[in-house]
Design a protein around this ligand. Structure first.
Ligand code: SER
Length: 317
């Protein structure tokens, strides 16, 4: 290959699946290299196995495909990380380090996804500011705070063009999340369309920042395509879409599927959610690179249900 390419780690994950599609549309299938820890059964375009802990394989792929940009999405999320903190720390931190070192060596632009999980109980929960206390209560959050700081360090010290947003919970119909605290907000739609009740693992009134996938992808690409001078924050940008509770999303679904029923049985993820913000002030992203979300709960619910209905091929009542 002689063409310059964009490498995605975690390409089979919730965001990776959809981001790959969008990048293909923009730059052509040939310009995109998907990587993940294992090969998926069905795949299109270039796909290579990459364990992000394997710096040697990363370097080989960068040389082979002339990689110019990396979207480093491979990570262990909040809930899963709590089951095995050391393993989560290793993958999230050593993985990022390998990417940053390679970026420095090969002059690669990097996207690093951070998260609302960087905040903790000491942070103001409503309209959480860009610059707030960062004392997270999960290993995932700790790894994201450290990651943000390493990104800024590599930018300041070595000029690595690294860009990052703090994603809220992401809701999508194309792909399932894996191991997060906000996963309920995807699962609930699937159950509703299948005509099944849903037992939520968070309490009914747990308000969290969320975002529909099209907004998340657009934010990511707008940031990555912004002129370098307008990317003033090189740790990570606060990013907001909407905020809602499980009860609110259930009520919105009921407008379309009146028979839908949600019940609530909180587990250990409730404590994680309780340490996170309810809403986010993303003024810096709006000011620096023009961020503007499009989807609220109403529009997202209509769109999610329409797509999932098609997917399950069932008739909504
Ligand atoms: N959706 C993620 C999680 O719940 C937050 O970044 O872990």
């Amino acid at each position: 290959m002689t063409k310059e390419t964009i490498l995605i780690t975690g390409a089979s994950g919730q965001i990776g699946t959809v981001l790959t599609e969008e990048l293909r549309k923009r730059y052509g299938s040939d310009a995109i290299l998907q990587t993940d820890i294992r090969l998926p059964e069905e795949r299109q375009g270039h796909f290579e196995v990459l364990d992000v802990l394997d710096a040697g394989q990363l370097t080989r792929l960068i040389r082979k495909y002339h990689v110019r940009q990396v979207y480093h999405l491979a990570a262990i999320l909040s809930a899963k990380g709590e089951k095995n903190p050391k393993w989560a720390w290793e993958i999230n931190m050593a993985g990022l380090f390998n990417i940053l070192e390679a970026a420095r060596e090969f002059g690669i632009r990097v996207f690093f996804p951070s998260s609302i999980a960087v905040f903790g109980g000491m942070t103001p929960r409503v309209n959480t500011p860009q610059y707030a206390v960062l004392q997270p209560e999960t290993v995932y959050g700790i790894s994201k705070v450290a990651g943000e700081n390493w990104c800024q360090y590599f930018y300041q010290k070595y000029g690595v063009d690294v860009r990052s947003v703090r994603y809220p919970g992401i809701i999508s119909y194309q792909s399932m999340p894996g191991g997060g605290t906000t996963d309920y907000a995807v699962e609930i739609y699937h159950n509703a369309v299948k005509g099944e009740p849903y037992t939520c693992f968070l309490e009914a009134n747990t308000r969290l920042p969320m975002m529909y996938m099209p907004d998340a992808i657009r934010a990511t690409l707008e940031l990555m395509e912004a002129p370098a001078a307008s990317v003033k924050i090189r740790s990570s940008y606060n990013l907001a879409g909407m905020s809602f509770t499980p009860a609110e999303v259930a009520a919105e679904i009921k407008k379309h599927i009146p028979g839908f029923q949600a019940t609530y049985e909180a587990d250990f993820r409730q404590n994680i959610a309780a340490s996170w913000p309810e809403s986010i002030d993303d003024g810096s992203a709006r000011e620096d690179w023009g961020w503007q979300p499009e989807y609220g709960l109403e529009e997202m619910t209509a769109d999610m249900l329409a797509h999932l209905k098609e997917y399950y091929q069932v008739a909504l009542m």
